[in-house]
Design a protein around this ligand. Structure first.
Ligand SMILES: [Zn+2]
Length: 242
C-alpha cells in the first residue's frame, strides 16, 4: 500500500541510541548470535563511551538493591557511595575481563627451537564465582612443551591472560578450560598443562562454612595426556615451587 512503511526487522542506530547501553549491547550480541554468559568476553560489542553508560546503569540498579535491603544510604555515611563504588568495581576491576579486549601479546617464533618443558607459576589469580559472586582466590601453574612451530610469549604474558580470563564471574572448571583454549590457540605447543588451586569464599563465608574449601582443577593436553613421565615431571616441579 502506498505510503505504508515495511515493518522494520532491524533497529536503526537512532532507535538503538534511545535504549539503555546494556540493551544496545545485548541487541548486538543477540544479532550476532554471540553467547554472553557471565564468563564470556563481550568487548567487541561495546562501543566508545558505553562503559560509562553501563557504570551509571549498574550504579542505579545497585542503589535499588541497597534500597531493597532496607539500608538507609542517605543517612548512613558508610553506604552513601556504595552503589557507585560497587558499579565501578564490577565493571573496571573484578569483572573487567568481560569488557576489555585481550591484552596485546607479542608472539615470537621459537627461533632457538626450545623443546623443553617450561613451567610458569604460581601465578596468583583472583575471580568470583558465578553462583554467588563471592571471591575466588587462587594460584595457577602452566606447563608448556613447545615445538619448533610454537609461538612463544613472554612469561609475564601468561599472568596477563590468566588475569583477563579470571576477572569475570567464573566457574573454576570452565576457567581452566578457557585458559587452556586461549593458550593453545596462541602458543600452539605440543603439550599444555594447567593446574589451578583456589579458595572459594562462598564455601567459607556462607553455606557450610567449610574452611577447607580449596579446589584443584587441571587440564592436560597433547603430550601431557599421552606421556605419563612428562605429566609426572610437571606435577613434581609444581610441588617444589610452592
Ligand atoms: Zn559460589
Amino acid at each position: 500500500m502506498a505510503g505504508e512503511k515495511p515493518t522494520p526487522i532491524f533497529r536503526s542506530e537512532a532507535d538503538l541510541s534511545r535504549l539503555p547501553a546494556s540493551d544496545r549491547i545485548r541487541y548486538r550480541l543477540v544479532g550476532a548470535g554471540h553467547r554472553y554468559h557471565a564468563n564470556d568476553n563481550i568487548a567487541r560489542f561495546i562501543e566508545a563511551g558505553e562503559m560509562d553508560e553501563l557504570k551509571a546503569e549498574v550504579e542505579a540498579k545497585m542503589q535499588e538493591v541497597l534500597r531493597a535491603l532496607v539500608i538507609d544510604t542517605e543517612s548512613d555515611h558508610n553506604t552513601n557511595d556504595t552503589a557507585k563504588r560497587v558499579a565501578k568495581m564490577f565493571l573496571t576491576e573484578v569483572f573487567r575481563g568481560r569488557y576489555v579486549k585481550m591484552p596485546p601479546l607479542t608472539e615470537f617464533p621459537n627461533a632457538e627451537r626450545l623443546n623443553e618443558l617450561m613451567i610458569v607459576g604460581p601465578v596468583k589469580v583472583r575471580s568470583a564465582c558465578s553462583h554467588h559472586l563471592c571471591p575466588i582466590l587462587g594460584r595457577v601453574w602452566i606447563g608448556v612443551l613447545p615445538n619448533e612451530h610454537s609461538n612463544l610469549i613472554g612469561l609475564s604474558k601468561y599472568a596477563r591472560i590468566a588475569d583477563w580470563i579470571m576477572t569475570r564471574p567464573q566457574i573454576q572448571e570452565e576457567a581452566v578450560i578457557m585458559l587452556a583454549d586461549e593458550l593453545q590457540d596462541r602458543v600452539k605447543p605440543d603439550g599444555l598443562a594447567i593446574v589451578m588451586e583456589a579458595d572459594h569464599f562462598c564455601m567459607q563465608w556462607r553455606g557450610v562454612k567449610d574452611n577447607d574449601s580449596a579446589m584443584t582443577n587441571s587440564v592436560m593436553r597433547g603430550a601431557f595426556l599421552k606421556d605419563a613421565t612428562l605429566r609426572r615431571e610437571f606435577l613434581s616441579l609444581l610441588s617444589k615451587k610452592e
